[in-house]
Design a binder for this molecule. Structure first.
Ligand code: PEP
Length: 249
């Protein structure tokens, strides 16, 4: 059985006051909860880890530098992230790929840095709206998988998040058929590259406008093992039903 994961990406939202949402989430966790991950802004990592306590809610960062330390003003390393008690780091989010011109080769290095620090890398891939319209989705995804995933990818060091860029923060969601097609394609690609034992066990998340009212449908897809959630992870009252839908899937 693959592990299921509900991951929340708070992006650049929240100060210490917002940790009240994490506190509230603790009391809303279903009995048979899947893995739950909250990725707050970096200044909140340590406090978020303390608030999560022994609930099993894991804490992750939203990005890391690919070096362990050095003259990189403003950056944080995977080692520093692990030092806060965090267990995961998102790498290759489309907002980083676009705004900071991060390429597959950068993401591959960051994933390796994450592993070296003992973190699980949540590696994001996804096509633009133009590529979606032009029916280039599978070609783009194949290229990103080949370029972003290091050779030592395993089911314990990596989670893959498929996030069509045109669905992020827009309220637009691919049809279930489209999600199934892409996730089945990703599964086949990683089985071919890493072998069935690894490729079949790597969790595949869907991300892009996941909300309480569409989560259950998205989780019907066999190769959707959870979600990477932006806006709807900011409020415990929105994120909890998504976690429940995943638990019930
Ligand atoms: C995201 O930022 O990864 C994301 C999926 O955002 P949203 O859920 O708001 O579309």
């Amino acid at each position: 059985m693959r592990r299921k994961l509900a991951a929340g990406n708070w992006k650049m939202n929240g100060t210490a006051a917002n940790l009240a949402e994490l506190e509230a989430l603790k009391s809303l966790m279903p009995v048979d909860a899947p893995d739950v991950l909250i990725c707050p802004p970096a200044p909140l990592l340590f406090r978020a880890h303390e608030v999560a306590g022994d609930t099993g809610i894991q804490i992750g960062a939203q990005d890391c530098h690919n070096h362990e330390s050095g003259a990189f003003t403003g950056d944080i390393s995977a080692t520093m992230i692990a030092d806060t008690g965090a267990t995961h780091v998102i790498v290759g989010h489309s907002e980083r790929r676009e705004a900071y011109e991060e390429h597959d080769s950068d993401i591959r290095k960051k994933a390796k840095a994450a592993w070296a620090a003992g973190l699980t890398a949540v590696i994001c891939i996804g096509e633009s709206g133009d590529d979606h319209e032009a029916n280039n989705t599978l070609e783009i995804i194949a290229g990103q998988l080949a370029g972003s995933l290091p050779d030592a990818t395993s089911a314990t060091n990596t989670v893959i998040a498929y996030e069509p860029i045109w669905a992020i923060g827009t309220g637009k969601v691919p049809t279930l058929e489209q999600i199934v097609q892409v996730h089945d394609f990703i599964r086949a690609k990683i089985i071919t590259r890493f072998g069935a034992e690894i490729g079949d066990m790597i969790p595949l998340l869907y991300g892009g406008s996941v909300k309480p009212d569409n989560a259950a449908t998205i989780f019907e897809a066999e190769n959707v093992d959870g979600a990477l959630v932006g806006g709807a992870s900011l409020k415990a009252a929105d994120f909890a039903p998504i976690i429940e839908a995943l638990a019930a899937s």
